[in-house]
Design a protein around this ligand. Structure first.
Ligand code: SF4
Length: 78
């Protein structure tokens, strides 16, 4: 897996693409990993959700994860 890097974020932004971000409220419940398309989110070794590198983040993948998150830790960044 490749974590979404600051460099890749900048490339996505310059291409006008949105991507998800996870804030510190994450409690590591794994819901976003389960409901989103494989490869969007993963838990790190601290049991915090991290965003993985993709070329595009489909709205439904991220919206499903947002809906499933019990602590509203996921949002869009553009
Ligand atoms: S659903 Fe929310 S709380 Fe659960 S792992 Fe994902 S970001 Fe963290």
């Amino acid at each position: 897996m490749i974590i979404l890097s600051e460099e890749k974020k900048a490339l996505l932004k310059s291409a006008g693409k949105r991507f998800p971000k996870v804030n510190d409220a994450c409690i590591g419940c794994n819901a976003c990993v389960v409901v989103a398309e494989e490869g969007v989110f993963e838990l790190d070794d601290q049991w915090k959700s991290i965003v993985l590198e993709m070329e595009d983040y489909e709205e439904k993948w991220v919206e499903n994860a947002m809906s499933a998150c019990p602590v509203d830790a996921i949002s869009w960044e553009a």
